[in-house]
Design a protein. Structure first.
Lengths: 135, 79
């Protein structure tokens, strides 16, 4: 977890959040999306993403996100609905702006929701996410 | 998944630890292919929208183990 700790010490750093609507998975990364990662499942929905070379945790992958995970977490569901308000926005620029504004909140809520499952790694991840900005 | 097409094809043709059903989506099948040199698996998710149509690969990524809740529907491939 050295890299997670370094994220906190190094000040603000970019946060990458992507939702794949076909796979129904939310991916949160504290490193570039081009970074090679491996999924280590901790339960039926949540997987830690780590880099294979140094085994450092750099993100989270939540599967069956809208189908199963979201309904179990009320506060996350409320924040997620804000990002889903895109249908009422005027153009693509508005959509991107709206998602960028809620992205850190979504990441923070997901980190909080997964903390009990992830234990110490989850606490470190939550702290690391708190020092991010939407990339 | 880009650039890993051959590996994805191999996973579907010769899944190392059989074919699994997804934990949350019954219309999906999961194929695991052992990357021996790395001691990890390529996981390929295939979605079948209709029973009479071919499935579609919707994602593929590396994992170190199968996921809880997945059930084996076809046993190990061993020619």
């Amino acid at each position: 977890m050295e890299r997670l700790a370094a994220f906190q010490l190094g000040g603000q750093h970019p946060l990458y959040v992507k939702y794949d609507p076909v796979f129904d998975a939310l991916i949160i990364l504290l490193v570039s999306p081009q970074t090679e990662t491996v999924v280590h499942y901790v339960d039926q929905h949540v997987g830690l993403l780590y880099t294979p070379d140094d085994l450092e945790i750099v993100g989270l992958q939540v599967e069956a996100f809208e189908r199963s995970f979201l309904p179990q977490h009320d506060s996350l569901q409320r924040v997620w609905r804000l990002s889903d308000a895109s249908a009422e926005l005027k153009d693509a620029g508005d959509v991107i702006l709206a998602f960028a504004q809620v992205t850190p909140r979504v990441a923070q809520e997901v980190a909080r929701a997964t903390e009990p499952i992830l234990g110490k790694a989850g606490q470190a991840f939550t702290r690391a996410v708190a020092y991010t900005y939407a990339a | 998944m880009a650039g890993r097409e051959e590996e994805v094809k191999a996973a579907i043709e010769r899944p190392t630890i059989g074919i699994f059903s997804d934990a949350d989506f019954p219309e999906r099948q999961i194929y695991y292919f052992l990357q021996k040199e790395k001691k990890r698996y390529l996981k390929v998710v295939v979605q079948f929208k209709n029973a009479d149509e071919p499935g579609e690969v919707i994602t593929a990524f590396t994992t170190d183990s199968p996921k809880k809740g997945e059930k084996m529907v076809w046993p190990i491939f061993d020619p």
